[in-house]
Write a protein that binds this ligand. Structure first.
Ligand code: E4P
Length: 213
């Protein structure tokens, strides 16, 4: 399973890149707004300089024509930009057109297996099922990943499953077991993947005992 960071914060992205575990980045308008960015294009280019992996840049328009135009513009910013398009009627049309032009897409805001199948049939490179937001409303988000995996396997669809809206370390374990191709992880969750209290206690004891040698 490949690891993306779900962040628009350059320091966080750099930190995971330096760890050697970064396969790419996903952003969304909320994450961009959180960083107080003035020049969005320059910010995407700065992210693309940190990683050679794919960087999802989301369109802000909602009509087919505008999404395609915006997608073309975003794709020109760097070779590793993937255009993030929402799961709507116009979004599906835009994904198809961008695919025909050789522009890669990430279909976002996917909440049902059928939405994922539609995105794959439209030619999306990635599909992003949001599992945390389903858990938030008392649905079992992980079931969605399992269902999409089965459907994509049944029809040998080449679209990657990018598990998104990750809230905690258990989600990362669950999506790995379910066979997600990618997971996009917020920085704090990335950090907590490394940690375990027994590791800390064990290390402390080993170091203490090492003094007795
Ligand atoms: C995915 O690409 C999205 O940016 C993200 O995972 C959304 O997560 P949230 O539900 O925590 O906002």
């Amino acid at each position: 399973m490949k690891f993306f960071i779900d962040s628009a914060n350059l320091e966080q992205i750099r930190s995971i890149q330096e760890l050697g575990l970064l396969d790419g980045v996903t952003t969304n308008p909320s994450l961009m707004a959180k960083e107080g960015i003035n020049n969005v294009d320059e910010h995407y280019q700065a992210i693309c300089k940190i990683t050679e992996g794919d960087v999802s840049a989301e369109v802000l328009s909602t009509s087919y024509e505008e999404m395609v135009q915006e997608g073309r513009h975003l794709a020109k910013l760097a070779t590793n930009i993937v255009v993030k398009v929402p799961m709507t009627f116009d979004g599906l049309k835009a994904i198809r057109t961008l695919k025909q032009e050789g522009i890669r897409t990430n279909c976002t805001l996917v909440f049902t297996p059928i939405q994922a199948l539609l995105a794959a049939k439209a030619g999306a490179t990635y599909v992003s099922p949001f599992i945390g937001r389903l858990d938030d409303i008392s649905s079992e988000g992980i079931k969605l990943i399992r269902q999409i995996k089965k459907i994509f396997r049944n029809y040998q669809l080449p679209t990657y499953i990018l598990a998104a809206s990750i809230r905690h370390t258990l989600h990362v374990v669950q999506v790995a077991l379910a066979g997600a191709d990618y997971v996009t992880i917020p920085y704090p969750t990335f950090i907590s993947l490394v940690k375990h209290p027994l590791t800390d206690i064990g290390l402390e004891k080993f170091l203490k005992d090492a003094n007795k040698i």
